[in-house]
Design a protein around this ligand. Structure first.
Ligand code: TYD
Length: 217
């Protein structure tokens, strides 16, 4: 007897796309996330905008701890991935399966850059956690907003607000984070698109429009 696989249900929607935004603190991601979300919605796509750490009720509680509570480096990395596991299960994967597009402010490249590059988490430990939590899934597109730390620092200072644990780190920490991001981008050029964030917003938006038009083609 031959056993045949049933055909996929004809009414299941095409899977959505997963877009992540990365960069050092003060790179100006937030306004560009709003811009890209608007571009996608203008194309008639259903978009879920979310963030890490966070994006779920539990994830937002973990975010509070991660941003303000001193902790061991490996605790920090584990909590980032714990929040991510929850985020994937409760929000990201169901939305993609429904055919919605997910736009996420930071994902695992941030753990690579901050806990790996910034704090010195061993690469093999990062790789194990990444495989465990989302070995089956990577973003379809990652937009990496790159600029010198000195420029980013000026932007954060101009906002005149309280700083979290990461923003309070010294210049060398942020330079290591930036270098780790660039290294990761060089290793995955098809997925990670580098955006020069030290240029006028209109030029950044023109580049984003081109990238999104290509992705939607
Ligand atoms: P973000 O939301 O960009 O900060 P803001 O609210 O100031 O715009 O990110 C919060 C901080 O969390 C940021 O400094 C980077 C850090 N972070 C990590 O260290 N590792 C991670 O895996 C993630 C997702 C964020």
């Amino acid at each position: 007897m031959t056993v045949s696989t049933p055909p996929p249900p004809t009414n299941s929607p095409a899977r959505g796309r997963f877009i992540t935004f990365e960069g050092i603190d003060g790179a100006g991601k937030s306004s560009q996330i709003a811009f890209v979300t608007g571009l996608l919605r203008a194309r008639g796509l259903k978009v879920v905008a979310t963030r890490e750490p966070g994006g779920t009720p539990l994830g937002e509680k973990l975010r509070e701890l991660l941003l303000h509570e001193p902790m061991h480096l490996e605790t920090e990395a584990l909590l980032m991935f714990a929040a991510r596991r929850e985020h994937l299960a409760a929000l990201i994967e169901p939305a993609l399966a429904r055919g919605e597009w997910v736009v996420c402010d930071r994902f695992s490249d941030a753990t690579w850059a901050y806990q790996g590059g910034g704090r010195g988490l061993e690469r093999e430990k990062f790789a194990q956690l990444e495989r465990w939590v989302h070995g089956h899934l990577q973003p379809d597109l990652t937009l990496l907003f790159d600029l010198p730390h000195t420029v980013a620092q000026g932007r954060i200072a101009a906002q005149a607000r309280g700083l979290d644990r990461f923003e309070q780190e010294r210049a060398e920490f942020h330079e290591r984070v930036r270098a780790a991001y660039l290294e990761r981008a060089a290793a995955a050029p098809a997925r990670i698109r580098l955006i020069d964030a030290d240029q006028p917003p209109a030029l950044i938006q023109k580049r984003l429009e081109e990238i999104i038009a290509n992705l939607c083609r």
